[in-house]
Design a protein around this ligand. Structure first.
Ligand SMILES: [Zn+2]
Length: 633
């Protein structure tokens, strides 16, 4: 039995009005769920829930009893009827486990009317509405997540109840020991994975794959260790949706993991998109993927999505909070608070400590954080990026120049992150009349990733949010953008005329960018233009390092490609902090940090940054290695 269930129930019954019809109280994952036959009453007395939550120091949520909810189709009709006077016709997606309905609207609802309309919907349907803005059509990945969660409703419900009892269990071994073990991402970029342990809890932060490496020993996190026991793992926490941080999470479910994976709301659909594509690419290359679609589905129904700043119990002695990392949509810094403040740990994940087109700068207002585990991708002396405006000027001149000479610009970009950054920039430059007008072909999963971005506008920078919500402009849908959806559009992009092609994958490890590259590489008028970091071993990195004869698969045979096109990288667009920003972040957090560990960087970059931090900031910074274990308390 979990901690104090009887006490919790009696407290709630004591505070709540009789007419709310409270039937039961359950631990549901990290929350306390109060079931009611008349949930509208509890909404009207919202302050009561806040009081109860404050008393219990737990998150309390209201759930309508399943047998008082209107059947889904009737509820859907009723909701449309309620919203009709507002001129809105939402797409409704029901979550039967939670009794919630997400209403997708292509125009925002007047915010002053939202509380009243929500209450009306709860009273008449006994489903709780959440309003989301989007540009049709709705992302296929988001639809897939809804469908997985409703067809395995029973398993998901069982999982959440079991998890609740596990999180609120009475601690068995209270002690003050806290440890960190590096499973991957120590003095390397790729396969980030950290095992964080207290005497009571075992957590994994990130579980990525290293691309461009064929042996499993070097591509997967080091889980071939006695300390790593899936049965004793309480949870997986994901910082953001890039494969080097989340690429192997379904692999854990394949091998029997049954615990939760915590992420921010947009990270879930973005990582599902990348993982499903990863399976496809492996199959296309005649390789066996490390997991199947059904393992990704298992991960989906074990997922718990949180908002930035939402403090959440994830075990008897650890609370988790995500904060904006400014790197990609939903990217998060992970703050772990161990028992009554014994210790506080911050994992930065990948982060950008300055504003970009898409996001505000990474969060830095932590009040407690004795241990900081920080990325160091651009940690070397020379990794000083030009100012953003300077980088934009360089890019603009470069592109106008290539197009003016009749060439094509091929830009390999990751589907999540740089793709949206570059599209928003091109949209701006075209609207300001600065960039030569030309078709911009967008190929790969970028369109789907854009659809996810537009469903989570609250995670975008204030400027972009106001452009989308107040001015009704969708910056991912400029009239100059052509989404490549069929062979004839791809042929058009490949003809002789100048154009720009923005395509995945970002490090040229697969995806349609390779087809364009084969076609354009021979012509010196064309340019292969990188804006993002290229991991060593990938084709992108080898080309940047000077390789000009490339052996590639073409249908069933191998061909050698002589590369005559220009190959360039423009710095200043990265979603990572440069050396100056990394130093600034360390300086900002220095007063509270006792242990500073640097990870996620090539050996020379990580060690150089650690040295500089010790010398100029007098901080005891250390570069961690894979398999190293460090005590934190
Ligand atoms: Zn990343």
């Amino acid at each position: 039995m979990a901690l104090n269930t009887v006490y919790v129930t009696s407290k709630i019954l004591e505070y709540a009005p009789k007419e709310a019809g409270i039937t039961r109280v359950e631990y549901e994952g990290p929350n306390i769920a109060v079931y009611s036959t008349n949930p509208a009453v509890l909404i009207q007395h919202g302050y009561l829930l806040t009081e109860i939550a404050n008393k219990l120091k737990k998150r309390v949520i209201v759930r309508p009893e399943p047998d008082v909810r209107l059947p889904v189709e009737e509820a859907s009709d009723k909701i449309k009827e309620i919203l009709e006077p507002q001129g809105k016709s939402p797409d409704c997606y029901f979550d039967p486990v939670k009794g919630e309905v997400v209403l997708y609207l292509n125009e925002p609802l007047n915010s002053s009317l939202t509380p009243e309309i929500s209450l009306d919907i709860v009273s008449k349907t006994r489903w709780f509405p959440t309003f989301r803005r989007y540009s049709p059509p709705l992302s296929m990945t988001i639809k897939k997540i809804f469908s997985v969660n409703s067809y395995i409703e029973k398993e998901r419900r069982k999982f959440l109840l079991g998890l609740g009892n596990r999180i609120f269990r009475i601690p068995m071994n209270p002690s003050r020991d806290v440890r960190l073990k590096v499973l991957g991402g120590g003095q390397e970029v790729g396969r980030s994975a950290f095992l964080f342990s207290t005497s009571e809890t075992n957590l994994v932060v990130d579980f990525g794959i290293k691309l461009g490496v064929s042996s499993r020993m070097h591509a997967y996190p080091r889980v071939d260790l006695d300390e790593f026991n899936l049965d004793e793992l309480d949870a997986v926490i994901v910082t953001h949706a890039h494969l080097d941080h989340c690429g192997l999470i379904p692999f854990l479910y394949k091998h029997g993991f049954e615990g939760p994976v915590y992420s921010t709301e947009p990270t879930l659909p973005l990582m599902v998109l990348l993982q499903l594509d990863f399976i496809e690419i492996a199959k296309r290359n005649s390789q066996t993927p490390p997991y199947t679609v059904s393992d990704v589905e298992k991960m989906i129904y074990h997922s718990i999505s949180l908002k930035y700043g939402q403090v959440t119990d994830i075990s008897p002695d650890v609370k988790l909070t995500f904060h904006n990392a400014g790197h990609v949509l939903g990217s998060a810094m992970v703050h772990l608070h161990v028992t009554e403040g014994v210790h506080n740990v911050i994992f930065t994940g990948d982060f950008k400590y300055s504003p970009t087109m898409l996001f505000d700068a990474a969060y830095s207002n932590f009040t407690r954080g004795e241990t900081l585990i920080m990325e160091s991708t651009y940690g070397a002396d020379e990794d000083i990026a030009p100012a953003r405006s300077e980088a934009e000027d360089i890019l603009l001149t470069e592109i106008n120049d290539i197009l003016g000479k009749g060439g094509k610009v091929l830009m390999p970009v990751p589907a999540v992150g740089r793709a949206q950054e570059v599209l928003v920039l091109f949209d701006n430059l075209l609207r300001e009349g600065k960039m030569t007008e030309t078709p911009i072909f967008v190929d790969g999963m970028i369109d789907e990733s854009n659809a996810i971005h537009i469903s989570y506008t609250e995670y975008l920078s204030s400027d972009l949010k106001s452009l989308i919500l107040d001015q009704g402009i969708n910056p991912f849908l400029s009239e100059h953008f052509v989404n490549v959806e069929n062979a004839s559009q791809r042929d058009e992009a490949m003809d002789d005329k100048p154009c720009i092609i923005v395509s995945t994958s970002g490090m040229m490890e697969g995806g349609p960018v390779l087809e364009y590259f084969k076609k354009f590489a021979g012509d010196e008028k064309n340019t292969l233009l990188f804006l993002s970091y290229q991991v060593s071993g990938t084709l992108g990195r080898r080309l940047l390092d000077g390789m000009r004869n490339v052996v590639m698969a073409e249908k069933d045979k191998m061909i050698t490609l002589n590369v005559n096109s220009n190959i360039k990288k423009i710095d200043g667009f990265s979603g990572h902090s440069d050396r100056k920003q990394l130093m600034a972040y360390m300086k900002r957090t220095a007063p509270m940090v006792k242990n500073l560990f640097l990870v996620h960087g090539e050996p020379l970059k990580t060690t150089s940054l650690a040295q500089n931090a010790r010398k100029t900031l007098r901080i005891n910074a250390k570069a961690l290695q894979n398999l190293q274990t460090v005590p934190l308390t």
